[in-house]
Design a protein around this ligand. Structure first.
Ligand code: WT7
Length: 654
């Protein structure tokens, strides 16, 4: 029975579900009261005048008038407590070198880094792009930037110079923090070279980074080019900064920007997702608490890269706000052997392991023996995020990795939502799990599944996930593009004339008879490759960077490990002929221009793309051919021969 709050069902269920629903009802009935109480769990320099300012939707502002600095909650608050000497990070390099940082040491290093940043002239609200591998100086740099009130924008170290340049330009960054290099699959990657190229490309587009700060990975001895007057070794600047340096945390307004993180959308230009100082802090703190039920002796390992939101929230901000010990690993999860992850988990007695379905599918492929060689009895919770998890893979994770003892915490969320939104909540009450379902929305999350018209779907009926009320961790907007923010997330289902604002994440979902939510993948032209979001246009643009290419269309096709991989259909320019060599060259271009993740699994050469009469590429027909699905309505197709051609090319490839 639906209640007035739109909660999907009544009280006839399991006591844990009832408990969760009770708290959720409370959170949605009186949003401001609920969050007012909870935000006080954190330290503020000044409390807010208003919990939620909804006077200008969809530009919601949280804890307005409040003043704080997230690093006080992540670090300073522990310095007068026993957590001071607790391990904050166990760091493990790919070659096996290690570092350990206590909370006290981390706090000290953040202060020293902050001093270096101030001396370089970084001021509150300046944008600092961080392009670094998984070394301890990455979280240190982020926290230092946040401490002095500047805005960080982390760019995944696997991204190309061009992707880096686009982000520097959009954010108009003043400083770039990078490293000499890092290890990946036994190879040394010269990151500084990519950084230099990124800075050069940004300059071509009119944005000149003033300074580049270069951290040494340690043990690399890379030959690095340093530009006089622009590039500085962090080592050399920090060596004169005393260990007892204290940089006061900059008081930040709750609705100031804490960070920008770029994510792919349906157009070629990445979206600068902005998170707020206060809202993100409160939401990630509570979402974490509900999802992981943190305990003092926990060792959390979020096996993700800090370059993505998962790392921001679950390796840096939220676990530090809970005084937790974390594992941080530099390299590939299956290097040098398929059991590297299990070896690390065993070594540090990890209690919470959080990874992606893609990684789990890969480990499953390697076989159970690799897991069984290790004592994983310390693990008490296993998490997954990034894509829908197939029930079979869920069961394997549960039985083989968890030994049938540990709940699987499947967390649905997005870069935009800050932290987990739909997830089993052992920190409240553990609801009965169903393999493949992220279960229920957390308190504060008014999620529902609706049809095309925005009406709630019946159980079993596929629809779109929507969120009907604001929550503290929601994005503040898109950097420099308020219209795109409205268009992308709010246009689809909101009714502004009636004062109804509904957030649209662009995911398909279905609710079952018991009210459990099952996520079914993206509903827009965004691919989810190994848990990473890539826009079709973004990949097409990269393909078009090759001089032989006249036109390109990209679709996602199912892949047993990565979930989805890009398939490209390409029309060549006059004078070029299809060949294996050309295919490889184009792939190489995508690798260079965008990222290795974006490289198409296959390129089909055709003379014509399937288009509507008005000239729009009909990507869904390509997808239908490749997956053997029915073509559906082809009445708007300009030339049927174009589909026949793709069919032929696809058959040849198969
Ligand atoms: C998209 C967001 C959130 C951090 C990692 C990805 C998909 C995420 C799940 C899940 C099914 C999921 C959605 C979402 N997704 N978690 N548990 N079950 N799908 O962040 O790059 O912002 O991508 O990942 O499609 O919209 P992101």
């Amino acid at each position: 029975m639906a209640t007035e709050q739109g909660l999907p069902f009544g009280e006839k269920y399991h006591p844990a579900i009832q408990k969760l629903m009770e708290l959720r009802r409370e959170s949605l009935e009186n949003i401001e009261e609920f969050w007012d109480k909870r935000a006080r769990a954190l330290i503020w320099f000044k409390y807010w005048d208003k919990v939620l300012d909804d006077s200008n939707p969809p530009f919601y502002r949280w804890f307005v008038g409040g003043v704080t600095n997230i690093t006080v909650n992540a670090l300073d608050r522990w310095i007068e407590t026993p957590v001071k000497n607790k391990v904050a990070y166990y760091w493990e390099g790919e070659p096996g070198d290690t570092r350990v940082l206590s909370y006290f040491e981390l706090w000290r290093e953040v202060n020293r880094f902050a001093k270096v940043l101030k001396d370089l002239g970084i001021k509150p609200d300046d944008r600092v792009v961080i392009y670094m591998p998984m070394i301890p100086e990455l979280p240190i740099a982020m926290l230092a930037v946040a401490r002095i009130g500047a805005i960080h924008s982390v760019v995944f170290s696997g991204f190309s110079p061009k992707a880096l340049a686009d982000r520097i330009v959009d954010a108009k960054a003043k400083l770039l923090i990078t490293a000499d290099g890092y290890y990946r699959r036994g190879k040394v990657i010269n990151l500084k070279k990519n950084a230099d190229e990124g800075v050069r490309l940004a300059e071509e587009q009119g944005v000149k980074v003033e300074k580049v700060l270069v951290v040494k990975r340690g043990g690399l001895n890379l030959d690095v080019n340093m530009v006089e007057g622009r590039d500085y070794w962090y080592d050399e600047l920090v060596k004169d900064v005393p260990y007892n340096t204290y940089v006061p945390p900059e008081p930040r307004k709750s609705d100031d920007v804490l960070f920008i993180l770029y994510s792919s959308g349906t157009t070629g230009k990445p979206k600068g997702i902005m998170h707020s100082v206060g809202g993100y802090m409160v939401w990630t703190y509570w979402s974490f608490k509900w999802t992981w039920d943190p305990r003092p002796d926990d060792v959390m390992w979020t096996a993700a890269d800090i370059g993505w939101i998962t790392g921001h929230t679950y390796i840096v901000y939220a676990p530090l706000m809970h005084g937790m010990t974390n594992v941080m690993y530099e390299g590939a999860p299956d290097y040098p052997q398929p059991d590297r992850v299990w070896e690390i988990a065993e070594k540090y007695r990890v209690t919470i392991l959080y990874t992606s379905p893609t990684a789990i599918r890969l480990f499953r492929k390697y076989g159970d023996e690799w897991v069984k060689k290790h004592d994983l009895s310390s693990i008490r919770l296993l998490g997954t995020v990034g894509e829908p998890i197939n029930p079979d893979v869920w069961k394997w994770y549960y039985e083989v990795v968890g030994g049938g003892r540990t709940p699987i915490v499947d967390t649905w969320w997005q870069t935009e939502t800050g932290a987990a939104m739909i997830a089993p909540a052992p920190g409240i009450a553990l609801v009965p799990l169903k393999p493949g379902s992220a279960t229920f929305p957390l308190p504060g999350v008014d999620a529902d599944v609706v049809n095309d018209k925005g009406e709630p779907t019946k159980p079993g009926e596929k629809g779109y996930l929507v969120i009907k009320k604001p929550w503290p961790g929601m994005l503040m907007g898109l950097w420099g593009d308020p219209q795109r923010y409205i268009r992308t997330y709010w246009q689809r289902f909101s009714k502004p004339d009636q004062g109804i604002w509904i957030y649209y994440p662009a995911d398909y979902a279905v609710k079952d008879e018991d009210g459990y939510i099952w996520m079914l993948g993206r509903a827009d032209e965004v691919l989810n490759v190994a848990g990473h979001r890539l826009g079709t246009t973004e990949i097409e643009d990269a393909i078009l960077a090759h001089p032989a290419v006249a036109e390109a269309a990209v679709v996602g096709i199912p892949d047993p490990i990565k979930g989805e991989v890009p398939l490209a259909v390409v029309v060549l320019r006059e004078g070029y002929k299809p060949s294996k060599q050309l295919e490889d060259e184009i792939k190489q271009t995508v690798r260079k221009v965008l990222s290795p993740i974006a490289v198409p699994s296959r390129i089909l050469f055709v003379n014509k793309l399937p288009k509507t009469r008005s000239g729009k590429i009909m990507r869904r027909l390509i997808k239908a051919v490749a997956t053997g699905a029915p073509l559906g309505d082809v009445s708007t197709l300009e030339d049927e021969a174009s589909v026949e051609e793709i069919k032929r090319a696809w058959e040849e490839f198969k």
